[in-house]
Design a protein around this ligand. Sequence first.
Ligand SMILES: O=C(O)CCC(=O)C(=O)O
Ligand SMILES: [Fe+2]
Length: 347
Amino acid sequence: MSDKVLRTMQHEGKEVPVLDLKTIDFGKLLSNEPAEIQKLLRSCEEEGFFYVDLRGIDGRRTIDDEQRLLELMRCFFGSSLEEKNEIGLPEQKHGYEPIGLHAGLTENSRDGYECLKVALSELASSSPNLPSILNNEDDIKILRDFSAGGDIITKTILSCLSNAMGLTGTDRLETLHRSSRPSNSTLAMFRYIPGDLATQARQNTVGHQQHTDIGSLTLLFSEQYGLQLQPAHTPNAAFGFVEPRPGHAIINVGDSLRFASKHRLYSCIHHVVPFHATADRYSIAYFLRPEVDALYKDSEGRWVTAGQWHDEKYDVFRASHAEQASVAPKTMLLGGMPEHVSRVAVA
Ligand SMILES: O=C(O)CCC(=O)C(=O)O
Ligand SMILES: [Fe+2]
């Protein structure tokens, strides 16, 4: 097992590991420091998850943008359902997802979060389609600033990975992520409902189901516990917590980058467990995804486009657990990763 354990902590009556992931310095990536890009490649091969330290002069801006975005989220999620759902979900990558839209953490449950997605393509347009409560100059600027930062950070990582793997010309990973081409890249803002596992299970809306991410790289911020991942290359390993660290984002490799790297990089299984009895949990994810026409071989050996993989995997996310078990191909939810995991049980 490559993920070391930092310590354990009590959760739901059990001792749960807190994982010791590697930390990559964003400033060192920007200057392509050889030791840092080798460390980045090792994290993406061995764990598929790492911290990126944004406290230097080049990353600090994104931490400030995150704080502004959190304020916007508190205001948005505190509004009425009618206001939040004003534009609905016109595209899978853009709009409002109410609680329970996707399958949940525990057997036969639905998810325990609501989510606002704002597609990068929408923010690039002069008049984005947004609910009225956000459709003002200040809020649009906050959304644009954060997303632009997320796009720059994740594309810097892609470029460093291409360098570390010795990729040149059209083999470079950035060539599948041109800003001029349509993609499903999007900003996703989550509010998880409070309550322990038993309380949420009674309501049948629990956490975030186990999955691998669809796209290339996810840049994730949360100041609160809840995210757990299954240590890589270790079938049946117990999930461990990822500790929130101020000034750091969490980055993980998604299925698309794993497939585009000819399965060299690791797309790690993760989920979100209820953690706070009374407080909402907020998290922010910028999902960098390839151009919709990018073509790669999935874990079944099928040639699929990134657009098709995205659409098919969302159908699986939405399906009930019983339907997921019967939907072909079976490897979609967990990206074909070799682990065998059973769902979290409610005592
Ligand atoms: O909310 C989180 O911490 C993780 C969310 C996540 O894994 C996802 O949306 O893919
Ligand atoms: Fe995820």
